[in-house]
Design a protein around this ligand. Structure first.
Ligand code: WTA
Length: 637
């Protein structure tokens, strides 16, 4: 395996590594100037900002005196210049279901919905929950909120009613936009039914707008439910964009942490959009008329930033895919690439691993000749998987960009820039403009040069998280208190002799299952909701395709209490409380858990037992009952 892959692609925005180094230095030495210039050059402002960063990492603001609108930047400016350019290509679950929307049509579709929302009372600052399948109306809904300055909170369509309810409550949403059903991989998802159940126990929601998609019968509460198509049919075809301050909130997106309930990560208007815009443009080397496809769901940050806001703010054509990589078979991704002549393709390592496992024969029915850039996101990519992606999918002629970032960072922070940064398989390489990564040890000591430690970011970047909705203290606690004056990512990483970063994964109690972030605490509280369960501890185990899978140690109230059923019921309980993505792969019923004398569960030991690393258990003498360790090993699921 070669150590460096030398770029062949010509990035129109950055000449070479020297120009990267020059601009990078400028960006970290004078971030104010650097980003103000970029903001004015790249975005359209109603009032241009004169202020950069406010020098307060924990209460950050960027471009505070600037006034703009995200929807204007993503739609109107291109609808004026290139009205007939395709903005969104929608590819449905079935091959023949496809539709393309021009920038002009996008403007109209978003405007009529924005006018409809306005007519039912939605205004600046209101929170709107969006629980939609991957259809065009999901994009219209998000952008219509942006037009009005309403704050969207998109909930992934795979989440359960209970998960919707808690997100609606937390953000005090008065409106929900949903569809009767979603379709994915040939299966239907009862979205409206889930919303109905969620709303049984919450009072804040006044109106539910329902897109009739599959046309199935659903319950209808005529005092609350409004048909999407009826609502938009009566509206004017243009809606003005509300003028927003750069620091006005744009959206909330819930994400899992190591403790408690998911947090509502809040992003703003100016800084977020600049991050989305610049990373998309530089990292993927975007040029006019290129077709970009990010395979994520709009319910995750990757979908927010790289299906919608990054590509559209660059006037790109973005592909929105309703289906899954395995339906009707494992050639689906490549068939879509050929059908729509995709140039830039962005997916998660877990999807690539699943396709490798399905076999190379699924590559044979496509040419993939249009591909130029291949991106990955969401979890570490194993060098072999990187190589397969490069050689087999990209036929050794595409750039691979491994992009590291988080819901909280808003946009990519560490990644190669296509055509500029020499890559090493498995490494996210170098920081993006304005990003100062650092590695620290457990005591907070900064590690220099080649090192392995906890990954922090030492300086604000425009699209950083502004707050945890309704709980600013929690944001400071979570990200800014582990290490002084630093943002702690929760990830571990290594830096090699060339200064390249290799992110190894979470060092906290957050799991990454198929690229989805899941908190162990959330799964544990879901499990203990089962009536027979006394206590539960959840850890991650290595999984060839998913990256990690969930392993649960469970203490039942009565050991005899019908364990066979309980097993299934616990799994069901997790689906009900969170969603299918959080279902445990294994459950081991146990008498007790390894606890210290003060009652703290030693997760380190559980992790080793679950992963069969029992040779390196370390010191177990501090346990209240050391004999439990052997018992757990013997009883492994
Ligand atoms: C992980 C997804 C290694 C990491 C954009 C991070 C990665 C978490 C990479 C954030 C990568 C994301 N290499 N790990 N290229 N990208 N991660 O909030 O553990 O859903 O902290 O955002 O995914 O997940 P989130």
């Amino acid at each position: 395996m070669k150590n460096f892959e030398k770029p062949k692609f010509n990035n129109p925005h950055l000449e070479d590594l020297d120009s990267y180094n020059r601009q990078y230095l400028e960006s970290i030495n004078s971030p104010d100037n650097f980003f103000l210039n970029k903001a004015i050059e790249n975005l359209d402002w109603f009032v241009e900002p004169t202020l950069g960063f406010n020098n307060n990492f924990k209460n950050a603001s960027w471009f505070e005196d600037g006034i703009l609108n995200i929807a204007y930047n993503c739609i109107d400016r291109y609808a004026k210049k290139n009205p007939e350019r395709k903005a969104i290509i929608w590819q449905g679950d079935e091959r023949l279901q496809t539709k393309a929307i021009t920038y002009k049509e996008l403007l109209e579709n978003v405007s009529i919905l924005a006018n409809g929302l306005k007519a039912i009372g939605v205004k600046k600052g209101d929170r709107v929950c969006i629980y939609m399948p991957m259809i065009l109306e999901a994009a219209y809904s998000m952008l219509a909120c942006m037009r009005l300055g309403a704050v969207h909170s998109v909930v992934f369509g795979g989440f359960s009613p209970e998960a919707i309810r808690s997100r609606i409550d937390d953000a005090d949403c008065r409106y929900v936009i949903t569809a009767d059903e979603g379709i994915r991989g040939g299966k239907r998802v009862p979205l409206k039914k889930n919303v109905d159940i969620a709303l049984e126990e919450t009072n804040s929601v006044e109106k539910v707008i329902v897109k009739r998609y599959t046309g199935t019968e659903t319950n209808w509460d005529s005092s609350r439910d409004i048909c999407y198509d009826d609502l938009v049919s009566k509206q004017e075809k243009f809606c003005e964009c509300v003028h927003l301050k750069a620091e006005d909130p744009s959206f909330i997106l819930y994400t899992s942490g190591s403790t408690g309930k998911p947090k509502g990560v809040m992003h703003t208007t100016g800084g977020y959009l600049l991050g989305a815009h610049l990373t998309f443009k530089y990292i993927f080397g975007y040029q006019e008329n290129k077709i970009f496809w990010c395979t994520a769901d709009v319910g995750w940050i990757t979908g927010h930033t790289y299906i919608l806001y990054g590509p559209l703010s660059n006037g790109a054509t973005t592909l929105m895919f309703e289906g899954v990589p395995s339906y009707p078979d494992a050639s689906r991704f490549w068939q879509v690439c050929d059908d729509h002549k995709v140039n830039i393709f962005y997916t998660a390592p877990t999807a690539i691993r699943a396709l490798i496992a399905a076999g190379e024969k699924y590559l044979e029915s496509s040419s993939r000749n249009s591909l130029e850039i291949l991106g990955t996101v969401g979890e570490p990519i194993n060098p072999e998987v990187w190589q397969w992606y490069f050689e087999k999918v990209g036929k050794s002629s595409c750039e691979v960009v491994d992009t590291w970032w988080q819901t909280e960072t808003g946009s990519v922070l560490i990644s190669p820039i296509a055509g500029v940064t020499p890559t090493k398989p498995g490494s996210a390489t170098l920081p993006f403009f304005g990003v100062i990564p650092s590695l620290v040890d457990a005591d907070g000591k900064t590690l220099e040069g080649e090192a392995k430690g906890n990954l922090c970011i030492d300086q604000s970047w425009p699209s950083q998280i502004r707050t945890v909705y309704g709980d600013h203290h929690r944001m400071i606690e979570t990200y800014f208190s582990t290490y002084k004056e630093r943002y702690f990512t929760g990830d571990g990483a290594r830096r090699d002799k060339d200064g390249y970063y290799w992110v190894t994964g979470r060092v906290d109690d957050v799991l990454n299952v198929s690229g989805h972030r899941i908190g162990t605490a959330e799964v544990e509280s879901a499990i203990v909701e089962h009536k027979n369960v006394a206590e539960a501890a959840v850890v991650g185990i290595d999984h060839d395709i998913k990256g990690q899978a969930i392993y649960a140690f469970v203490i039942l109230k009565k050991i005899e209490a019908g364990q066979a059923n309980t097993y299934e019921e616990i799994i069901e309980q997790v689906s009900l409380s969170i969603g299918k993505i959080a279902k445990p792969e294994h459950i081991q019923f146990v008498r007790d858990l390894p606890k210290t004398r003060s009652g703290k569960i030693m997760r380190r030991i559980l992790r080793k037992i679950a992963n069969n690393n029992t040779d390196e258990l370390g010191d177990i003498t501090t346990l209240a009952d050391p004999t439990i360790v052997d018992e757990l090993i013997k009883g492994k699921a």
